[in-house]
Write a protein that binds this ligand. Structure first.
Ligand code: ADP
Length: 289
């Protein structure tokens, strides 16, 4: 998928004009988030007990990383709007008001080689929060997108720092298109929102509380079979024909399974290739090409 803000092709120009003209944040009278309200019924023991809420930030991950470098842990950064929200590979993540844009600072005592467990646990936890609270059933598009049906409703962006073999900290950004009009986004993003899917606006306060609670629980269960099993069960990628763009080049094949270490197992003719990281595009239909 092309990054927003890339070349000046006509498709890109159309996207840009659609985004800048988009009414998605101006026409809505949504109640702003209130930190005291979120904290008043927050069921977590440690996650988000230190919470910082901003009307606008460049990027919640960016601020969280600077705080993590100073030793903070369990802190949650929230912003109503991000002006430079980011996805993987520095892609732009559009973050208008009405969404949930938050970053968590975590310091698990694990080797860097197990950092994939954090992404896995948090993807599962956010899906649980959405399904338990709203009755919607999100799927996980490998490795970090949250879908409803075929459409993207959110994403996770983990950024880690290591010291030798040990993980020093992980900053995990959680972006959820909660009360957003997805028609303001370019069609080829295939975006949706919880309000669009559920037919009414959701309580962001309740969803933040539930998400943090599910994340704390899943985090305390890091590396468990329970999380891995649910990650596979919720996978929207297993069984699909996909195109993977990795450093080593492009691969097309059918996804046979997801391995315990987070790798995607891609069947190509008679061989199964392990893909640890890369961009994954779901192709349509049988054969998909
Ligand atoms: P990918 O989905 O290709 O793995 P990322 O997870 O890094 O990429 O997300 C960035 C991409 O997601 C952007 O290039 C854009 O296509 C799309 N996007 C940006 N903001 C949103 C949003 N709020 N909701 C859904 N999709 C978005």
């Amino acid at each position: 998928m092309a990054a927003y803000g890339g070349d000046a092709s006509s498709a890109e120009a159309r996207r840009r004009s659609k985004l800048s003209a988009g009414p998605h944040h101006r026409d809505r009278e949504l109640a702003p988030l209130d930190k005291d309200r979120i904290l008043s019924c927050l069921g977590t023991r440690w996650l988000g007990r230190d919470m910082r809420l901003f009307a606008q930030l460049a990027s919640t991950n960016e601020l969280a990383i600077s705080l993590a470098q100073k030793g903070e842990s369990g802190t949650v950064i929230l912003a109503e709007v991000q002006t430079r929200g980011r996805g993987r590979l520095s892609r732009h993540w559009e973050s208008p008001s009405g969404g949930i844009w938050m970053s968590l600072i975590l310091r698990p005592d694990i080797p860097i080689a197990l950092a994939y467990q954090i992404n896995m646990a948090i993807c599962v936890a956010v899906c649980r929060a959405i399904s338990n609270l709203l009755g919607l059933n999100p799927g996980i598009k490998w490795p970090n997108d949250l879908l409803i049906g075929e459409r993207k409703v959110g994403g996770i962006l983990m950024e880690v720092q290591a010291e030798g073999e040990r993980l020093e900290y992980a900053v995990v950004g959680v972006g959820i298109n909660a009360n957003i009009d997805p028609s303001a986004f370019p069609d080829d993003w295939m975006a949706t929102s919880l309000s669009r899917e559920g037919g009414s606006e959701v309580s962001r306060t309740a969803l933040i509380q539930r998400t943090l609670l599910e994340i704390e629980r899943a985090y305390e269960n890091l590396g468990s079979m329970e999380i891995y099993d649910e990650w596979r069960r919720r996978s929207a990628t297993i069984g699909r024909m996909v195109r993977i763009s990795a450093n080593s080049g492009e691969l097309v094949g059918e996804v046979e399974d997801l391995a315990e270490d987070g790798a995607l197992l891609l069947r190509r003719n008679d061989e199964v290739v392990r893909v640890l990281a890369g961009d994954c595009i779901h192709l349509r239909g049988m054969g998909g090409l």
